[in-house]
Design a protein around this ligand. Structure first.
Ligand code: 13P
Length: 218
């Protein structure tokens, strides 16, 4: 490896690759869609753009400074802008997962937020999962909309695009991405039956703290 990579950084790079492969195994991504970043010291480590996950190696994960600059010839994910902006804006967040899971993307194509159809919505931090208005992938404008949709939340939908899930570590962020897709699937199913019945703000408020200790939730 040409870069000086410490054992801790190597571990994080390997965890990113494992999480990418897991996204494909779980069916929440396919091909080269989606990307992952993890905070490391004063940097973020991020998947390279358009490299099939099976071809990823620890040295092909890109190290980016928190000002967006990168040394060397490796190109970071085209979505580096929102990864960087989220990690800069949210000190409690150490990992960002972006994916294009089918049901979440269907709901995002409808421009809908996921409402409180199930109490598990609270694992994302509140009584809904917002859908950020459409912007071109990789742009500052998309990053701006994503950050707004993530206010007080750990996940959001991106209109006509997919999802973002964040966490204190990578396994929490990946776990949350799967929970979001499950909620989207439930919401999609409920929409087939009629007007969704939702839990009240009070009912969700009563469990937001309680659920923060549940499963992989922060
Ligand atoms: P990258 O291959 O550049 O990470 O892009 C994939 C993607 O999902 C863009 O939204």
């Amino acid at each position: 490896m040409s870069q000086n990579i410490s054992p801790i950084e190597l571990e994080k790079r390997c965890a990113i690759i494992e999480a990418c492969l897991e996204m494909n195994r779980l069916g929440i991504n396919q091909g080269t869609s989606g990307n992952i970043s993890v905070r490391h010291e004063d940097y973020l480590l991020i998947t390279p753009t358009s490299v099939p996950y099976k071809q990823l190696k620890p040295e092909t994960i890109v190290r980016m400074k928190m000002d967006g600059s990168v040394k060397g010839s490796l190109k970071p994910s085209s979505e580096w802008r929102f990864h960087l902006d989220i990690l800069n804006a949210r000190p409690e967040v150490n990992a960002v997962v972006h994916a294009h899971p089918t049901y979440s993307t269907i709901i995002s194509i409808m421009g809908m937020d996921i409402p409180a159809i199930h109490y598990m919505i609270a694992v994302a931090g509140g009584d809904n999962i917002r859908c950020a208005p459409y912007e071109t992938f990789g742009t500052k404008a998309l990053s701006h909309q994503a950050l707004k949709a993530l206010e007080g939340r750990k996940a959001c939908l991106l209109e006509h695009h997919g999802i973002i899930a964040v966490g204190a570590n990578l396994s929490k962020a990946l776990w949350l991405a799967v929970e979001v897709e499950t909620l989207a699937k439930q919401f999609h199913g409920v929409l087939q039956l009629g007007k969704p019945r939702v839990l009240s703000q009070d009912q969700i408020a009563a469990i937001v703290d309680k659920i923060s200790n549940y499963g992989h939730a922060d």
